[in-house]
Design a protein around this ligand. Structure first.
Ligand code: FES
Length: 300
């Protein structure tokens, strides 16, 4: 098969992740620690920056959208090089280098919360990206110095490494589920179902509940506010943290116990990342001393 060599390379990368698990784990943990410290050191500005980089403001992860810019620019640059359109090639190469900075920052903000295999894969992804960026910077220097052939060779090599890294980025999402909404497959609950006894709720305190959807337990988190009872799906959209074990924070938000995302108990919206997808919201009513819920369909 003509594509066998490509498969051989991706299999090799998979093997590297397994055989080099220890150094990737150690290096990944160290760098994650540095990034987490930097965000913490920034206080509320650091948290706001992380929210922006995660894509909380967008309601979607930011990093996957940004990656299109450097990859697109470097692909275009390669084509211009092949067509001997030197100035256009140099300009698009520079655009890719500039765009790679915010792209890398957004990726780091997502990866800092990754655990286990996504940590190791993400670390290798980052190392390859740094390698590709160094080659592109060297290419810019060679081109500026008039060494065109060297510059093109360096950028072509950088492109190959960036392509491998992009494949790993896809692995992080499609194989490891990084940044995938953990409630994506939850079906709406059309009919009211019992979620908890009213007597189990305490004013201003979060309570875990559950319903059954297609024979499977679906966790909930409930909050009593006066005569009102608020209910959200109990699975954090970021990585599945149990919101029923979270704590109540400002503005009636539930804080995920795993990485600290805040979800508004009234509408499920994300007030703080790393989650970007809202939590499912449930209508509630009380019947015979029991709280019943069904999915609230949010309208714009
Ligand atoms: S699982 Fe990561 S913030 Fe909830």
């Amino acid at each position: 098969m003509v594509l066998d060599p490509v498969r051989a390379v991706t299999d090799r990368l998979d093997a590297v992740i397994v055989s080099q698990a220890e150094p990737l784990e150690a290096g990944g943990r160290t760098v994650q620690g540095w990034i987490a410290t930097a965000f913490r050191f920034g206080g509320s500005a650091g948290q706001s920056t992380k929210n922006v980089l995660n894509g909380v403001w967008l309601g979607h992860p930011l990093h996957p959208a940004l990656t299109d810019v450097p990859i697109g620019a470097w692909t275009t640059s390669l084509i211009f090089d092949l067509l001997r359109l030197d100035r256009s090639a140099d300009a698009t190469l520079t655009l890719g280098v500039v765009a790679s900075i915010p792209t890398a920052l957004a990726g780091a903000a997502d990866w800092v919360d990754a655990g286990d295999e996504p940590r190791r894969v993400g670390f290798l992804h980052a190392l390859l990206n740094v390698g590709a960026l160094c080659l592109y910077l060297a290419s810019m220097r060679a081109r500026a110095a008039g060494s065109r052939a060297l510059g093109v060779g360096l950028s072509a090599t950088g492109f190959g490494i960036a392509a491998l890294s992009a494949w790993l980025g896809g692995e992080l999402v499609y194989r490891h589920g990084t940044s995938v909404n953990r409630n994506a497959w939850r079906e709406p609950v059309q009919d009211f179902q019992v979620a908890a006894d009213v007597a189990s709720l305490q004013e201003g305190r979060l309570t875990a509940g559950k319903i059954s959807v297609n024979g499977q337990d679906a966790p909930l988190v409930l909050l009593k506010r006066g005569t009102e009872i608020l209910a959200l799906g109990g699975t954090c959209s970021h990585w599945g943290g149990p919101l029923g074990e979270g704590k109540l924070v400002d503005d009636d938000c539930v804080q995920c116990p795993w990485h600290g995302s805040h979800f508004d108990m009234r509408d499920g919206s994300v007030h703080k990342g790393p989650a970007t997808a809202p939590a499912p919201v449930f209508e509630t009513r009380v019947r015979d001393g029991r709280v019943e819920v069904r999915t609230r369909i949010l309208t714009a």
